[in-house]
Design a protein around this ligand. Structure first.
Ligand code: SAH
Length: 224
C-alpha cells in the first residue's frame, strides 16, 4: 500500500472522534492502575496524531490496539499506554528542543513534534537505515517541519543541536550515556529505560539535582 493510501484509510478507520474515545479510555486505565494522571496536553497530542499512519500497512486494523506492534527489522512501536506514560513523564513544553533516540516508525516523534509546536524542535536518531527512511517518508508527507531526522547511533547523542531540554530513548539503554549527560541542559530531564540487574526499568534523570527516579518495570527493544 502506498503511504498516501495508508493515510487516507487510517483517517477513515480511525477518525478523531474514535481516537478521542480510545485515548481517554487508556488515560483512565493508567490512572486506575498506575495512579498517574496524564496531562491534558499529552492527551490532546495523542488524539491529534493518528497511529494508523505509522504502523506497517498490514497492521492498520490494529493501529488502536493498546499493544506493541511490529515494525520492519524486528523493531516495535510501543503500546499506546507506554507512549502516553513516557510523554507525560517527559513534561514537554512548547518551544523546547528534544533529542529522541530510536525514531522507529516516527509515531512518538510526531507526537513530540506536536507538543513542542512550531517554535520547538525534535531531533530524532535512528540506527537502522530502513526505519530512518520509513519515518522520514512519513514526516515529509505529513509536512512536520520541526523534525530533524538523523541516521546514526543515538548512544552518542547529537552534538550539533545540543544542549537539549529533554532527551528520550525508546530503546533500552545499558546506562545513561555520558554523551546524553553532556548534551542535556542544566535543568533538563533524561527519560530512558535501562537495564538494572537484568530487568528493564524506566528511569527519569533530573540534571539539576543529578537525581534518578525509578518509575516502573518496562519492556523495550534493546539499544543497538
Ligand atoms: N519510538 C518508536 C519505537 C521505536 S523502537 C515508535 O514510535 O515507533 C526502538 C527503536 O530504536 C528502533 O527503531 C531501533 O532501531 C532504534 N535503535 C536501537 N538502537 C539505537 C541506537 N543506538 N541509535 C538509534 N536508534 C536505535
Amino acid at each position: 500500500m502506498e503511504l498516501q493510501e495508508q493515510i487516507k484509510k487510517a483517517d477513515e478507520m480511525f477518525p478523531e472522534e474514535k481516537r478521542k474515545e480510545i485515548i481517554h479510555r487508556i488515560a483512565e486505565e493508567i490512572f486506575r492502575y498506575e495512579g498517574i494522571k496524564i496531562s491534558k496536553k499529552v492527551i490532546s497530542a495523542m488524539i491529534k496524531i493518528n497511529r494508523g499512519y505509522f504502523v506497517i500497512p498490514s497492521h492498520l486494523k490494529y493501529a488502536y490496539k493498546d499493544a506493541p506492534l511490529p515494525l520492519p527489522k524486528n523493531q516495535t512501536i510501543s503500546a499506546l499506554h507506554m507512549v502516553m506514560i513516557q510523554l507525560h513523564l517527559l513534561d514537554v513544553k512548547k518551544g523546547m528542543k528534544i533529542l529522541e533516540i530510536g525514531t522507529g516508525s516516527g509515531y512518538n516523534t510526531s507526537i513530540l513534534s506536536y507538543l513542542v509546536g512550531e517554535k520547538g524542535k525534535v531531533v530524532t536518531i535512528e540506527y537502522i537505515y530502513d526505519l530512518y527512511n520509513y519515518a522520514k517518508e512519513r514526516f515529509n508527507m505529513l509536512g512536520y517541519g520541526n523534525i530533524i531526522s538523523i541516521h546514526g547511533d543515538g548512544k552518542k547523542g547529537y552534538k550539533k543541536f545540543a544542549p537539549y531540554d529533554r532527551i528520550i530513548s525508546t530503546a533500552c539503554a545499558t546506562t545513561i550515556y555520558r554523551s546524553w549527560k553532556e548534551q542535556i541542559k542544566d535543568n533538563g530531564i533524561i527519560l530512558t529505560p535501562i537495564y538494572i540487574e537484568g530487568t528493564q526499568k524506566l528511569i527519569k534523570y533530573y540534571n539539576e539535582t543529578k537525581e534518578t527516579e525509578e518509575i516502573m518495570d518496562v519492556r523495550f527493544v534493546p539499544i543497538l
